[in-house]
Design a protein around this ligand. Structure first.
Ligand SMILES: *Cc1c(COP(=O)(O)O)cnc(C)c1O
Length: 384
């Protein structure tokens, strides 16, 4: 007979185990129990070899990984604590001391910060390139080039890259191409059909979809990419919360309807802005002002909720700031892909040959009534 104290700790399930929910359970757990000593392993390849440790994902995380891989057409996906962790995993898997890497000037700011900070400290040289370079990337590839980043559209200036042309040049020299596919939610641009080796997204944005979780995914095209990423994923210990994975799995169920509604609302707002007398350019991939608009038409199946616009020179940087402060429904914030509309100015945006003079505004359109959003923009523009 077991003492009651021992009974408290008996891990054997007592209830029936045949509950067939429509929903993936939230599996918590660090330790995995093995059948016999000979079966004990510590192996990141849990999808193939069985569970060994919660650090490499519980069944909730692996379910999310498997669904992301299925949607993106990846060999396999890894779930990590955020989009920035996904960027770190890719850098650290492909670059070593002495490597050279290329990143577009319009890349997500913290990617460039990692290039200048952590990677430089590890003696990896990361060189910024013109996002519209296309096949011209070949001239920048060196003997020691290990990785080329693409991000399309780019952050804030929304430059659409000729990813297939970059892939052709990279692969000719045996260089891997990584894509930040967050804008497309992993679906509006088919990374692997366009030849990319590793595709990541901040699940924080559209997959989460409600501004209440932080997660990232890294998807590998093939065994070679998966085999490069996995050991570094294990060494870095990029554990994720099963609760967050559960929320992301729920987010996936409504991703299609949210993206559809967001695309329509965003296009309406973007077209309204383009007609406004004090607005200069509207950098929305589906509008001709957007750098690389023709490539977007060729390679993408749709657009999402983020875009930018510039005010005409008659609107000073001070006035642009007062516009942001006068908004009511639009909140002032950076992250995006949730249900709320956001607006923010990038006062010191650095781009070669272009000074935006504090007049570039980035919007994220949410699921509020679109007429209300347009009315909010209109009232905030009064008197500019
Ligand atoms: C938000 C974002 C990231 C980082 O994601 P986090 O989950 O916030 O770390 C990376 N790339 C792009 C393009 C993003 O917009």
């Amino acid at each position: 007979m077991m003492d009651w104290r021992t009974k408290l700790l008996d891990p054997t399930p007592q209830a029936r185990q045949d509950y067939r929910s429509l929903v993936t359970p939230v599996y918590r757990g660090s330790t995995v129990v093995f059948e016999e000593q000979a079966a004990v392993t510590d192996d990141w390849r849990q999808a193939e070899n069985g569970y060994s440790y919660g650090l490499y994902g519980t069944p909730t995380a692996l379910e999310l990984a498997s669904r992301i891989a299925g949607i993106e057409g990846a060999r396999e996906s890894l779930i990590v604590p955020g989009g920035q962790a996904a960027i770190a995993l890719i850098y650290l898997s492909y670059c070593q001391a002495g490597s050279h890497a290329l990143v577009p000037i319009s890349a997500y700011g913290p990617n460039k910060a990692m290039a200048e900070g952590l990677m430089r400290g590890l003696n990896v040289e990361v060189e910024a390139y013109d996002p519209l370079i296309g096949a011209g990337i070949a001239d920048l590839i060196r003997e020691n080039t290990a990785l080329i980043w693409c991000e399309s559209p780019g952050s804030v200036t929304m430059d659409i890259q000729d990813v297939p042309a970059i892939v052709v040049a990279a692969h000719k020299s045996g260089v891997a191409v990584a894509l930040d596919n967050t804008y497309s939610a992993g679906v509006m641009f088919d990374a692997f059909a366009h030849g990319v080796d590793v595709s990541m997204q901040a699940l924080t944005k559209y997959v989460g979809g409600h501004s209440d979780l932080l997660l990232g995914s890294v998807s590998a095209r093939d065994d070679a990419a998966y085999g490069k990423l996995g050991p570094i994923y294990q060494q870095l210990g990029l554990a994720v919360s099963p609760d967050d994975c559960s929320l992301a799995l729920r987010g996936l169920q409504t991703l299609a309807v949210r993206l559809d509604a967001l695309e329509r609302a965003t296009l309406r707002v973007a077209r309204w802005l383009k007609e406004h007398s004090i607005v200069d350019e509207v950098f929305h991939p589906a509008l001709p002002d957007c750098p690389g608009h023709e490539i977007w038409k060729r390679d993408f199946t749709g657009s999402t909720s983020v875009f930018s616009f510039t005010f005409k020179e008659s609107v000073s940087a001070e006035k642009a700031k007062s516009f942001i402060d006068a908004l009511n429904i639009f909140k002032i914030g950076m992250s995006w892909g949730g249900v709320n509309s956001l607006a923010v100015i990038y006062p010191d945006l650095k781009r070669p040959n272009r000074d935006f003079g504090g007049r570039i505004v980035r919007l994220n359109i949410g699921l509020e009534d679109t007429d209300d959003l347009i009315a909010d923009l209109e009232q905030a523009m009064q008197g500019l």
